[in-house]
Every structure is written in C-alpha cells, then in structure tokens.
Design a protein around this ligand. Structure first.
Ligand SMILES: [Zn+2]
Length: 332
C-alpha cells in the first residue's frame, strides 16, 4: 500500500498534487497558549488562516491537488482537530507531524524519556493517531537545539525518529541542517537511507557558513530550501532572514549542477503565529507570487518546478517501511 497520512486519512501519492513541504498552520513556543497577551480566539485563528489556505488551493489548481505539510510537531501548538476542520473546509490536504522541533522545545515531561519511549510515542501517532482525533502523523520532525550544536536530547530524539521512520515508513524532516555529522551518523547506525531525511533550513540566513549542505547531498540527504520569503528586504525581517538574491543563487546552484533531485523547497510561513507576531506579509503563497516568477526569469522550466513541488515530495512523503521490507526479504 503506497499511501500518505493526512489529518483526514490516508491518500495516494497521485492525490497530493502541489506540496508545500515545510509550513505551519500556527507555530508557537511551548506555553504560549497560556499567555493572555497572545491568546487568540478560534474566530481569529480561522480568520487569519482560511484565506491563506484558500489562496493556496487556488494557486495549486493546475497541479491537481494542494498539500500543506505542517512542521509543528508535539509541544509547539499542533492542533489536529483544527487542522481537520481547515482541511475539510478548504480542500487542502494537511499532513501533520509527530516529533519535536528540537530538544529545547520538548516540554520537561519528555526530557528524561528514553529512546524506546520516544520511538513508541512517534509510532503511536503515525499508526494509531494523535490524541483522540483519529488523525495520524505523516512525517517526523526533529531538530537542533539553539546554539547550532546537537544536545543530548536532540540526539535521543533523532535516534527515536530513525527507528520510527524505519518501522512505519514515514520520512523525517529536520529543523536546521547545521551540525549534521552526528545526525548522519545516527541514521547510518540505524540503517535509515538518507533520502528519507530532509535537512531543513539549509538556506536560512543565520545558518550560512555553518551548513555543509553539499556534503549532506553527497551522502544522499535531501536539502531543504524551505525558508523562501524570509528576505532581508522585508520591512521587518526576522533574525534568520537572508538577502533574496543570495538565497535564490544558492538554490539555482543546485539546479545548474544537476542536483535537482537533492532539493525540496517551501516557505516555512505561519498562517496564524502563536505567542509571537510572526512575519507580516509572508505566507505560503510567496512560492507562487515571488519565487516562481524569479525561477522562470532565470530560465527554470515548468518541468523542473513540477519535479521539485510535485514528484520529489510525493516520493519523499510516500510511506516506505524499510524494516518490514528487510524482514520480508530475510524470511522469504
Ligand atoms: Zn518551520
């Protein structure tokens, strides 16, 4: 069975259509939901989010489907009931993630959790469901804690993610592509092929000079150009912003060098940020409004755009349980 878990149930790869591989319905630091300064009513959240998803759906019509992968994970404002209602009303497929943005955003409850405990938690969310929503996770989020260096809890989460990915077949995406050596080592030790991992934010402003993205690509990992739109040209750019042209050149370098199959791209925008103001004017629709015209101007053809936003993410998101394949082969 080749399927992808969305919050409304499994779908076939052909149904995904256009995929924004790293986005957020709403992202906030753990506890922000308790801060009255930032607390949003459900009405406000729908009001901020629905028009952006409707526009995304409209922009993707010619691709035969719209898929929004929510990279929020456990503890950062993930709300699957809400995602289900958004998906039903807008027609956008929403893929939810299990896992954590990083060890430093996992609530203290998980701090001492063993690799086995975390693995079981991820597998439960992928195969049984997230809470009592019936919605299952379709991807696992992991990440590097603040400071650009893997912490012990990060490593534990990466190992648990690798085991859950092998068992269930869902892929992994990472927050930050810095300090990738220990990550690559863990995935190798666990026997997870590196094309099941998207090393995210390889293109952000603060990581430059610290990301060995070509080395990761050589090892077979996928490179995330997934902060498109966080441009220093914005009126109020975030600290991870980068000059628009510099990011574009970085990306085009991969295409010119024949490495298109190594990349995936997205905007990492928040439909309705939680506990912070977000970045005004930045939405997932940047891809259609600004990125694609810039790519076309630089001679990138429609087939390449289709490859990066339809074919490659479909291959990546389709569940490929390696351990069961290996076991089947061993007993055959
Ligand atoms: Zn993100």
């Amino acid at each position: 069975m080749t399927t992808i878990n969305t919050v409304l149930g499994p779908i076939a790869p052909e149904e995904l259509g256009f995929v924004a591989i790293h986005e957020h319905i709403g992202y906030g630091m753990p506890g922000s939901e308790l801060d009255t300064t930032w607390w949003k009513t459900p009405e406000q959240r729908y009001e901020e989010t629905v028009p952006k998803l409707r526009k995304f759906h409209e922009n993707t019509l010619s691709y035969g489907g719209a898929t929004f992968v929510d990279a929020t994970g456990i503890c950062n404002g993930r709300d699957v009931n809400y995602y289900q209602s958004l998906s039903e009303k807008t027609g956008v497929h929403i893929v939810a993630s299990t896992g954590f943005v990083g060890g430093d955003t996992a609530l203290p409850f998980f701090e001492r959790a063993s690799v086995d405990y975390l693995t079981a938690q991820f597998i439960h969310e992928i195969t049984v469901g997230i809470g009592n929503t019936g919605g299952k996770a379709g991807i696992i989020k992991v990440g590097v804690s603040r400071g650009f260096k893997m912490k012990e809890l990060d490593l534990r989460i990466y190992r648990a993610a690798a085991r859950a990915a092998l068992e269930t077949g869902v892929p992994i995406f990472t927050h930050l592509a810095v300090d990738a050596e220990p990550a690559v080592e863990i995935f190798a030790e666990e026997g997870l092929p590196l094309d099941r991992v998207l090393f995210g934010h390889a293109d952000d402003g603060v990581s430059q000079g610290k990301v060995r993205d070509r080395w990761i690509a050589e090892q077979g990992g996928r490179i995330g150009f997934d902060t498109f739109g966080y441009d220093l040209e914005l009126p109020d750019p975030p600290f991870w912003g980068r000059p628009r042209q510099e990011r574009l050149e970085h990306f085009l370098g991969y295409l010119r060098d024949g490495l298109v199959d190594s990349v995936l791209a997205s905007a990492d925008a928040n439909c309705s940020p939680l506990g912070w103001p977000g970045v005004k004017g930045h939405t997932v629709n940047y891809l259609f409004e600004t990125l694609f015209p810039a790519l076309r101007e630089n001679g990138v053809d429609e087939a390449t755009i289709h490859r990066i936003f339809v074919e490659l993410p479909a291959d990546f998101l389709t569940m490929q349980p390696h351990s069961t394949q290996t076991r089947a082969a061993a007993t055959a």
